[in-house]
Design a binder for this molecule. Structure first.
Ligand code: F6R
Length: 369
């Protein structure tokens, strides 16, 4: 066991055999990254600012929806709703619910705001939610680049927050998060965080410099990627970091083309903890615990103890911390870190982070049916 040099922001135990000598430079990443996914991650601060401007220019009225907010979306378009809910935390004054399904929760009423989030505008589950919300007489808002969703919204007079085209949907995470935060404020489910988002954009710029490809090879993101390389990562969150753990999982799935799993504390201590005993007999698993300064003190204690109990069965364990003052800064900090780690992992594996061919194939097969 050793502690890598860039350990200021994390606790780590890693087996020396997990390291990889490949330099994670812009040039090395560009060799596999045919569609510039790295640039889209590095542009996260600009996306935050542009998203604020786009919501403002959509000129939406304040709609007081006493039953709260439902964000309907899938994959890279749904995660923004979950991150927004985490960023609002205790300041959410009404229920905020994310549905990743063909239908809305049964308690949706005309007093619910339904934000239909689909980057392409053609995701069938989200289109079904849009129609259900209309049938129920719920308030609707749409965030998309176009597709059938934009067509229907325009025909129905439903406000559309327009997104820039040309991204992989998952790269629009900042846009989706800001849209959900701003719509939450408009419908009375949370406070307006506009100026905090603007400040968070500058904070994120510093982290881009600290963890991006021009940073030293022993920087936190590169160290994490090397430690996870050659393992199946299992990511755990607690409180605010639970949806971020899910983001890490999905980014490692889609960018690095790897299996990756997630769970949350304290629940993990009541089941998954035991499963780790068998881990070395079936594969090389690594554990990442996403820590935050505001986690319940007993959960913090659990996280430290759990990492220690899992370490003998894991190829590596890591405990990166959120960075920043406000909840939005802290949420975005670990989203950025996970996105970078997933791109670095793709580069270490020699795979192109952009295309998600099997998802495209599945959608095409469903469209035939
Ligand atoms: C692809 C991705 C997917 C999509 C999902 C829904 O980059 O992240 O998870 O986000 O298939 O599609 P959209 O976002 O177009 O509604």
């Amino acid at each position: 066991m050793s502690t890598p040099p860039a350990a200021q922001d994390m606790q780590a135990t890693a087996d020396a055999s997990t390291t990889d000598a490949t330099a994670l430079t812009r040039e090395a990443i560009a060799r596999v990254d045919s569609s510039g996914q790295l640039d889209d991650v590095l542009a996260l601060p600009d996306h935050l600012r542009d998203a604020l401007w786009r919501v403002e220019s959509a000129i939406m009225q304040d709609w007081d929806t006493s039953a709260g907010l439902v964000v309907a979306g899938m994959g890279g378009s749904a995660i923004g709703g979950a991150l927004a809910r985490a960023a609002l935390g205790d300041h959410a004054s009404r229920p905020i619910f994310v549905t990743r399904a063909y239908g809305l929760p049964p308690w949706t009423t005309p007093d619910t705001m339904v934000l239909c989030a689909s980057y392409s505008g053609d995701t069938e589950e989200t289109l079904a939610c849009y129609e259900s919300a209309g049938a129920l007489g719920a308030r609707r808002t749409v965030v998309t680049t176009g597709g059938r969703l934009a067509e229907m919204a325009r025909a129905d007079g439903v406000p559309v927050i327009p997104l820039p085209g040309g991204f992989q949907p998952r790269a629009a995470v900042a846009y989706m998060t800001v849209a959900a935060l701003e719509v939450a404020a408009l419908c009375g489910a949370g406070p307006r965080l506009t100026s905090e988002i603007d400040v968070a954009a500058s904070h994120t710029e510093q982290l881009v410099a600290e963890w991006g490809p021009d940073a030293p090879e022993d920087s936190l993101a590169k160290t994490l990627a090397r430690g996870l390389h050659g393992t199946i990562p299992v990511v755990a969150g607690a409180g605010l970091t639970v949806p971020i753990a899910y983001r890490w999982k999905t980014q490692i799935n889609e960018n690095a083309k790897l299996p990756c799993f997630m769970h949350e504390l304290p629940e993990l201590d009541h089941n998954e903890l035991v499963g780790w005993e068998g881990a070395p007999t079936v594969g090389r698993f690594s554990a990442v615990f996403l820590d935050d300064s505001d986690i319940h003190p007993r959960v913090k204690e659990r996280m430290e103890l759990t990492e220690r109990l899992i370490a003998p069965h894991a190829a590596a364990t890591f405990r990166p911390q959120t960075r920043g003052q406000t909840t939005i800064e802290r949420v975005i900090s670990l989203v950025l870190l996970g996105d970078l780690v997933s791109i670095y992992l793709a580069a270490l594996r020699g795979v192109d982070p952009g295309p998600v061919r099997v998802i495209d194939e599945l959608k095409a097969a469903l469209a035939q049916g």
